[in-house]
Design a protein around this ligand. Structure first.
Ligand SMILES: [Zn+2]
Ligand SMILES: [Zn+2]
Length: 268
């Protein structure tokens, strides 16, 4: 919980509050009071989630002590190459698990009790990173307990997965672009979920359910048709000024904004 307040609070201050920051949350679409209410809701849910994550960590420790996990402590046990392989495998499986459970949580029968809390913020901020309804926190945390019982995993790999999860959740909720539009940013954004990708999910619930990789959104047709245009340097260079009634993609760290959905077609 202390880590959450330090990381989310520190990032929020760095990105939005410090004097030299160029970014402000757009208060033309949300009043300052509404923004703080969203942050308040995010913090309450995150505190509840950290309690649930702690219970799951205790459960994992108990299951380990009883000898039911496949966690191991000697790095050489399966060879050093396996450390990297198991890390990638666990992340790919988690991405798949998250995509389908996340998509299911948007079903009208599940949304209210499973996922509504996370979408309280239309402008996600680092405070939103761990804002899960208790049932959703349980669904996501139980993955790690389950996977340690099935896949042999060195303790360092488990720690690396938790770090990737934590950093990923914080970065995805920056509410700002991580990179200014460039060929490299475009390529990375095409394959990896980043702040722009997830920001669009907070605006349009029928797209962008993935966690780390854009693979499932591409394959199952839930990637927004204008997403690659938003990433494109040729589009960002046009420096289009958004009109008041059009969504804007999150500002890049360069400070540029791009209207979204785009009011023109991609040049062929
Ligand atoms: Zn969602
Ligand atoms: Zn989110």
């Amino acid at each position: 919980m202390l880590g959450y307040f330090a990381a989310a609070g520190g990032l929020y201050w760095f990105l939005y509050l410090r004097q030299s920051s160029r970014f402000v949350i757009d208060s033309t679409e949300q009043t300052t009071k509404a923004i703080w209410q969203s942050i308040h809701s995010d913090v309450i849910l995150s505190v509840l989630s950290s309690g649930i994550f702690s219970v799951c960590a205790a459960l994992m420790t108990t299951v380990y002590q009883l000898g039911y996990t496949r966690l191991y402590l000697q790095p050489e046990q399966y060879g050093l190459g396996y450390l990297g392989f198991s890390l990638v495998l666990v992340l790919i499986l988690q991405d798949t698990y998250f995509y389908f459970t996340h998509r299911l949580s948007h079903h009208p029968r599940c949304y209210r009790w499973l996922h509504q809390g996370h979408h309280h913020s239309k402008n996600p901020t680092p405070w939103t990173a761990f804002a899960f309804d208790p049932a959703e926190a349980m669904v996501q945390a139980i993955y790690l307990v389950g996977v340690t019982m099935v896949i042999p995993m060195h303790l360092s790999v488990l720690i690396a997965v938790v770090l990737v999860m934590t950093l990923g959740a914080l970065i995805h909720h920056f509410g700002l672009r991580l990179f200014k539009a460039s060929a490299m940013g475009n390529w990375l954004g095409s394959w990896l979920v980043g702040p722009t990708h997830h920001w669009l999910h907070h605006r349009k619930y029928t797209v962008h359910y993935s966690l780390y990789f854009t693979f499932w959104d591409r394959v199952l047709g839930t990637q927004h048709p204008g997403y690659e245009d938003v990433l494109s340097p040729s589009v960002a260079e046009k420096k289009i000024v958004p009109s008041a009634n059009i969504e804007t993609a999150p500002a890049a760290l360069s400070g540029k904004t791009v209207p979204f959905p785009l009011p023109f077609k991609k040049a062929s």
